[in-house]
Design a protein around this ligand. Sequence first.
Ligand code: AQP
Length: 328
Amino acid sequence: MTKRLLTGLQPSGELTIGNFCGGIKQILDYQREYEVFLFVPDMHSITVPQDPETLHRRVREIVGMYLACGVSGEANHIYIQSEILEHANLSWILECHSYMGELSRMTQFKAKSDGKKEIGCGLFTYPILMAADILLYNADCVPTGADQKQHVELARNIAQRFNARYGETFVVPEPLIPKLGAKIRDLQSPDKKMSKSTENKKASIFLNDTEKDIRKKIMSAVTDSGDSVYFDEANKPGVSNLLTIYSVFSQQTLEQTQEHFQGARYGDLKKEVAEVLVEFLTNLQSKYAAVMSSGEVDEVLDRGRDYAREIAAQTYDKVRRLVGFGRV
Ligand code: AQP
């Protein structure tokens, strides 16, 4: 049987090149090998406040971006999380099989709640919803950037715990972390990862950035002391980040990139990184405009919803019987 791969990107902001490297690129790499489930986690987005109109708009835009990037809407199942009610139903059951201790260890929760006076419960429990997203479709693999690896490990633990108690029910998923680009760094604070919901817009390159903005952001990216270009993540995170970005978007290995920039100065590196991004993103943006003016997004989402609903209903029905819900 063809193995299943599942992933989703939250419509919590405009997608960044980090989201492309950790999420979308992996789907492009694997979509011929796996049965792909790609969903829009709109339920995850409201773990932090969202404007409803903007969220509606972004849900469609993100699917347009998946398609513009080259994700096949015909071969893959693309759907919106909130349109499949079993995500929330299964999440509740899994929540009752999870522990406060394991959720408290999630580094993303610590980072997102740091310094906040009021911390929403959803921010704390959302890794369980993520486990439900994965286990509902018995996904074998979950492509993800380094930041989400811990959440996939939690999903594995919950699946194993459930299977041990009720008998083999869920496939135990494996995280699939890219060798290159698993953590694209913030351009202004390279100790942090690049994020779509960053407050400092200069810190992230968004997939819909203008040519002018791309060049400006890359040219003002924080580099490190010294002036020679080489890859050393611990001591030169800013420069290493630019080398990684260049490699991914020029489709070269890190070794080829390092060779290419031997003897170069920071200014040369930045100019070439900006060039490669401008070429990739302007091309992507014209494909995106074409997708958004066609009716493709809704067609793909309707098809994906119908397919996903059937699988989700089967899994949920099995699980609710196992835990003793309703009438047999
Ligand atoms: N900087 C990154 N480098 C590589 N991969 C990344 N991902 C996120 N940031 C980077 C990967 O993108 C996919 C979608 O992520 P998400 O939408 O579920 O949320 P996130 O991980 O919380 O991403 P953001 O951009 O930081 O969103 P906000 O700002 O809303 O929290 C995942 O595969 C993720 O690993």
